[in-house]
Design a protein around this ligand. Sequence first.
Ligand code: MG
Length: 390
Amino acid sequence: MEARPNLRVAALLVAAGSGVRINSAVPKQFSPILGKPMLCHSFGSLRRHPAITQVIVVIAVGQHEAMTAALGEVEHVFGGSTRRGSVAAGLAALAVDPPDVVLIHDAARPFLPAQVIDRILAPLVTYDGAVPGVPLADTLARSEAGGSARLMGAVVARDHLFRIQTPQAFRFGSISAAHRDWQGDDPTDDAQMVRAAGGSVALVAGDDRLDKITYPGDFAAAEARGSSMRVRTAMGFDVHRLETGEQLWLGGIRIAHDRGLSGHSDADVALHALTDALLGTIADGDIGAHFPPSDEQWRGASSARFLEHAAALINVQGGVVDFVDLTLICEAPRIGPHRQAMRARIAALLRLRIDQVSVKATTSERLGFAGRGEGIAAQAVATVRIPEEI
Ligand code: MG
């Protein structure tokens, strides 16, 4: 779903809370989560979204320094003492050059998937507003006063009940009028004000990653949700020639054999295929790009260094290697007697358990170069998980 290109969309990031429930000197929206101040995450999601052309951060008086430390000097306004007052200040700033649509988002919901923004923008062609909602999964019940404990009271039907999240999207005229005309107590969100003013609000699918951070204990769970990992699988392939007078290094170990593999490094065809598979998972070129054969420093080098380098590049991205699978293709030597030693060596190099490393072997039925014993081929597949930036 694409936002209509003819609608000009602005966003308000409401970050003016004092965070009293977090019981911290630093308001929660400036507290670190997944390595950066909380509001950086959703600010980045709003700024990166192609439909959004303007983002205004609403902060409290006294928070300017914290905001610039987190985001740099970005467009901002100072909010009121209530959430409603803060949103109203943001709307007033936008009213100078009104957009067609405004998204209003709470900084206490740091992980904002782009797909949710797509979903709330789509209905605005027809409706005054749109909100993301998550259906309730738990049984709902009232509590009753008991003796020494509270008692579970009557169950409340949960059919058609949703938890309403932010961001919420509105036609600018509708939300401005709703704020201006609101008569009730301080509302917990903006959509109820639009409804009270007679506006129509679409309910679209929300996302658990958007759940609000309210209490100190929410941080760890939110980090686990926010750092969703994407599984990547990639392959590698390599061939080296067997020649007399060379040592045979295969799968990270030295094997006694009448010939060895020739190449610029130790020519460990198995580790080369594995290295390429790992580099493939982060789309970071191939072994030749990282360790050019023209570079003298890699002459005779242990291929263990290449494999460790590829693993380190994955590690830098916060990635985790889950599994590697290797197939060696040769008539000789026989791989079976060395399989466990290869698995143990590869596991040690990649800091994996041995059950995360598979080593297999096959012949090519005496066909082709491998069948004639002229060389050894290796295929590898690696599966990793890489953090997904949302
Ligand atoms: Mg090679």
